[in-house]
Design a protein around this ligand. Structure first.
Ligand code: GLN
Length: 248
């Protein structure tokens, strides 16, 4: 059943920001749209391109090493204005780890400061040790705890009034101290959760799709899908993590 609906997804720098399978998130978004008769047009942005967000519905940016992050940041600063307009207009953004850090004002690595895009009021500084391990997060954007894997040296600090994506049930999250994970701002979701994020967390995928449909078509009724496999995978990880000692 075709609904005639089309969503345009801009995937930023897949060759540079694709840690722990982050590009798998694009496959999930595409399939969950197609299963509902929504056409998903994916545009990959490479370093030789000048991205445009004018017709975009969803922008996705994955994680990467500090080195790759620096490279990407230089490119994105060139289109910062357009990206900020997209965000302020309710454009949907999914940003993971290195991509999440780029949303903020800066990423401080010792003496070096990488300027961020200032799309969300947050900043990151690098600490030791790296925060590595499996993670589970309770969040209003997912009916199930969000599960995945984190590995970051950065500690992210949210500005006053910026909502975290959720509360850490197991793992470290933004800084290993506040018990907060990720950020939500307008239709931006930033998170440290890799794995990739979306296959085991279909609620998050549908949250992003629903926000994009709402913005483009004014309604976000999403037909339920058979998520038995996804939810079983989510539950295995949740049960395992909840049975373990907390991190930290
Ligand atoms: N380079 C960043 C950090 O270590 C992000 C790493 C990542 O994307 N996993 O904090």
């Amino acid at each position: 059943m075709g609904s005639g609906r089309v969503l345009r997804l801009v995937h930023l720098y897949p060759e540079l920001l694709n840690l722990y399978g982050d590009s798998g998130n694009i496959l999930v978004l595409r399939r969950r749209m197609e299963w509902r008769g929504i056409t998903c047009e994916v545009e990959e942005v490479h370093t030789s391109d000048h991205p445009s967000f004018v017709d975009a519905d969803i922008a996705f940016v994955g994680g990467g090493s500090d080195r790759e992050q620096r490279i990407v940041c230089d490119y994105l600063l060139e289109v910062r204005g357009e990206l900020a307009a997209f965000v302020e207009d309710g454009g949907v953004v999914g940003a993971v780890c290195g991509g999440y850090q780029l949303l903020g004002h800066s990423y401080l690595m010792g003496d070096e400061e990488v300027r961020g895009l200032s799309l969300v009021d947050l900043y990151t500084d690098r600490g030791t040790p790296r925060l590595i391990g499996n993670i589970a997060v309770e969040s209003r954007i997912s009916p199930q705890p969000i599960v995945g894997f984190e590995n970051h040296g950065g500690r992210t600090h949210l500005g006053v009034g910026v909502e975290p994506m959720g509360k850490v049930l197991h793992g470290f999250g933004n800084d290993g101290k506040t018990g907060e994970e990720g950020c939500l701002y307008k239709n931006v979701v930033g998170t440290y959760v890799h794995g990739p994020l979306l296959p085991k967390n279909p609620g998050v995928a549908d949250y992003l799709i629903a926000r994009a449909l709402e913005r483009r078509y004014g309604a976000a009724e999403l037909e339920p899908l058979d998520d038995a496999a996804e939810l079983a995978a989510n539950k295995v990880m949740c049960d395992r993590l909840m049975a373990q000692e907390p991190e930290g």
